[in-house]
Ligand binder design. Structure first.
Ligand code: THU
Length: 157
């Protein structure tokens, strides 16, 4: 029997310590959160992705009275980017959320389904997607989507 170690490196930092381009991406995610449609959870999430051409595209959570029909901010942003700029590489994604009282103090970490989608886009483009998870008190960063979802699903080839 063997053990496989899945090593996940998460960088912990503050907004002040981010590079200028990442500060801008976080700012875009925070702004996107303010346009979320979240009348049921009152938890407004924003996501911003930088494409290979330096363009930023955003998304936010879209809820529905039929709850499972809703969609997370991350996938709204990723699907919009992939639909509108097919084949364009995604360099990074920033995520932020507002709970009605203010932006969350803790970083917002993507759900499992969003991690799966991130992992596949990353594998498809063959370059890492950095993930910046914003919280007012601290920020988590990973250098790749795979780090957040070891053994993600892919169809056998
Ligand atoms: N949500 C996101 O948009 N992204 C996440 O990473 C976690 C959760 C949304 C889904 C739902 O609209 C609301 O937040 C509460 O779960």
């Amino acid at each position: 029997m063997q053990t496989i170690n899945c090593d996940t490196k998460i960088i912990l930092c503050s907004y002040r310590q981010l590079e200028e381009k990442d500060k801008k991406l976080v700012d875009a995610a925070k702004k996107a959160a303010t346009s979320a449609y979240a009348p049921y959870s009152h938890f407004s999430v924003g996501a911003a992705v930088t494409c290979g051409n330096g363009e930023t595209m955003t998304g936010n959570n879209q809820e529905n009275a039929s709850y499972p029909c809703g969609m997370c901010a991350e996938r709204v942003a990723l699907f919009a980017a992939s639909a509108q700029k097919p084949g364009m590489k995604i360099e990074a994604i920033a995520i932020a959320a507002h709970d009605g009282n203010g932006y969350t103090k803790e970083p917002v970490t993507p759900c499992g389904s969003c991690r799966q989608v991130l992992a596949e886009y990353e594998a498809r483009q063959q370059t890492p997607i950095r993930i910046i998870m914003y919280g007012e008190d601290k920020i988590y960063m990973t250098q790749s989507a795979a780090a957040l979802l070891p053994l993600s699903f892919s169809l056998p080839r």
